[in-house]
Design a protein around this ligand. Structure first.
Ligand code: XIL
Length: 326
């Protein structure tokens, strides 16, 4: 059975899309040259995120150079297909060019302002949502140390949003992080941070919940958590969903593992559908053949809704074909 037997975009219109839950996928700018990859993404999704191409290091390999080639490919693909784009990401501690850490702390503010004005300005009016600050808090729910935090203090967060808003007043601007699916100390800290930013008049419009999970441990209070951010007037989005599992090199995942994974995806889809407004549900990778997981989490894999041959797994149905509450 191929993916063509399972679903067409028209089927999706009748299911997830009709319930206004837009589905998205992180894309590899260069994999878009592969016709199967390109057409599958085009057929299944409404929203795309560049998996890496819009991050600081690829865009700014050195201080004097901007390289928008890969980012432009993703934009061109999205526009050709009429898909929305989530820009990812502007201020982050990771995938940051080394020259930034080497620059004097006093220069960081100018560097970040110029970067945000240039990147957001280039795509003004064309990127629907930007992850302005990514992973601002650490695992203890404290401000995360980064070259931006070291150079500018906690104000880098508010400044980044203001600069992004100057560069594109129509873009919806997000905070984005992992391990904030449920009610927990980290999501509580974001809830407080968002309230402070709003009280200070900072142009923040969304809270992005990444949704990187391990199989068999579905979120339990996600609906309530998302809704409290929505009640502050924010859009919420699931921005980087995957559910990784332990894998043995020679054996495919078991039926039980695949069923448990489908349940985990389903619980996140259900929570996203239940919240008053969820702007997108974005998968962090199309298939197990295009996955960041094995390189990052040794011994884990099989995290996505299509397998290595682009064939649907039970999780695919959980995301695309499950009737939700009417
Ligand atoms: C990951 C990409 O998927 C990898 O290809 C890259 O090597 C490292 O970054 N949180 C994020 C994403 O916000 O940008 C990360 O993406 C995954 C975790």
């Amino acid at each position: 059975m191929t993916i063509d037997d399972v679903v067409t975009k028209a089927d999706l219109d009748a299911t997830a899309r009709a319930r206004t839950l837009r589905l998205g996928c992180a894309v590899d700018a260069f994999a878009l040259d592969d016709p199967a990859y390109r057409s599958t993404i085009a057929r299944l999704f409404d929203v795309v995120t560049a998996e890496n191409a819009m991050k600081f290091a690829p865009l700014r390999p050195d201080r004097g150079t901007y390289d928008f080639a890969a980012a432009d490919r993703v934009m061109a693909f999205a526009e050709e297909q009429g898909m929305s784009v989530r820009g990812h990401t502007l201020a982050w501690h990771s995938q940051l060019a080394e020259w930034v850490s080497e620059a004097d702390e006093g220069e960081r503010e100018d560097i970040l302002r110029e970067h945000i004005h240039t990147a957001v300005g280039r795509y003004r009016g064309r990127i629907e949502q930007w992850d302005v600050v990514n992973e601002a808090l650490d695992d203890d729910a404290q401000p995360r140390t980064s070259p931006w935090f070291e150079g500018m203090g906690i104000d880098y967060i508010a400044d980044a949003f203001r600069w992004a808003h100057e560069a594109d007043p129509s873009a919806r601007l997000y905070l984005n992080d992992y391990n904030v699916e449920d009610l927990c100390p980290k999501s509580d800290a974001y809830y407080e941070l968002v309230q402070r930013l709003l009280a200070d008049g900072v142009p923040i419009h969304g809270f992005g919940v990444q949704g990187h999970r391990i199989v068999g441990d579905p979120p339990t209070t996600m609906g309530e958590n998302l809704q409290r951010f929505a009640d502050l007037g924010l859009d919420v989005a699931l921005t980087e969903v995957d559910v990784r599992m332990p894998v043995a090199e020679s054996e495919p995942p078991s039926r039980e593992q695949l069923a448990a994974q489908a349940e985990d995806y389903r619980s996140m889809v259900d929570a996203a559908r239940a919240v008053s407004f969820c702007s997108a549900f974005v998968l962090w990778g199309l298939s197990d053949a295009h996955s960041w997981i094995p390189d990052t989490f040794a011994g884990f894999g099989a995290a996505h809704v299509l397998d290595e041959k682009l064939q649907p797994k039970p999780a695919f149905d959980a995301v695309f074909a499950t009737p939700g509450p009417s």
